[in-house]
Design a protein around this ligand. Sequence first.
Ligand code: TRP
Length: 327
Amino acid sequence: MSRKIVLSGMQPTGRLHLGNYEGALRNWVSLQDEFDMYCCIVDWHALTSDFDDTAAMKDRIFDMAVDYLASGLDGNKCAVFIQSQVKEHAELHLLFSMIIPIPWLERVPSYKEKSESLGLDSYGFLGYPLLQAADILLYRADLVPVGKDQLPHIELTREVARRFNSLYGEVLPEPQAKLTKFAEVPGTDGRKMSKSYDNVLSLADTPEETAKKISTMFTDPEKLRMGDPGHPEKCPVYALHRIYTHEGTDKIADDCRTGKLGCVADKKHLAQSINEALAPVRQKRAELVSHPDVVWDVLRDGAKRASARAGETMELVRSAMRLKYDS
Ligand code: TRP
């Protein structure tokens, strides 16, 4: 029995933060032992919104790849690669664009929302989810690990596969979303951790930067000074303790409630826990940053392995569509 195929994708946003780590990366690292995994850095998707900011793309790709590898993705187990280095993504997207009605794309919830809020109206932006369908179907993936927000894109991918198969014959299996339960990670201001809120703790931060950011964190607004009783269930510092402090979290909650534990000491403790958890990642990170060739080699090798699978799929697709003219 061959192993199931997993395809995951992430836009090259640069350095990753704890929210990315808990929401996606940690899960990918655990999947790579069980499945044939392809991890795609989707630089073409990034162009659908950041087409006017291409100078930073290479650094963003590099920083993200470093964080992937430092977090435990292993280039020998998982093909980590850049989307634009496997041209078949573009070819399959183009073929899909011929068979998919425009209203299918206009109906995708993220389209209307984002085209209005971000003023995006390009042809490529409308095609964003179709390019994502191509990313997935190009590997004939069985599973796609994503968050809930991506479910409409996976549903569209399944519809694309069905339409292709009904026109040309059974070539493309319908993939399934693999939703994972993960801890929602609050940012330093108590909102969801997100680059756009400027509230992130990055894997690449130094221990001092981490401690400094945590020292300014939002806490329970009713606990103003040490003796005041706090409400750990409302406090983002406590939410992070629950993820990163392995022992004594109940005591932290009790001491906060009774006023015995003040926020300053509590935050120092949290910084220590997070810095301990990240120490091995940061060490690996520093090694990779000082050997950039290793990172580019992993990406090149990943693209080679991805191309092999993508090439097989495109042969099947071109045959099914009767688009082979070589003899
Ligand atoms: N749309 C995904 C996101 O914003 C990124 C993505 C592109 C993706 N292609 C993919 C995710 C293929 C999974 C599979 O997170």
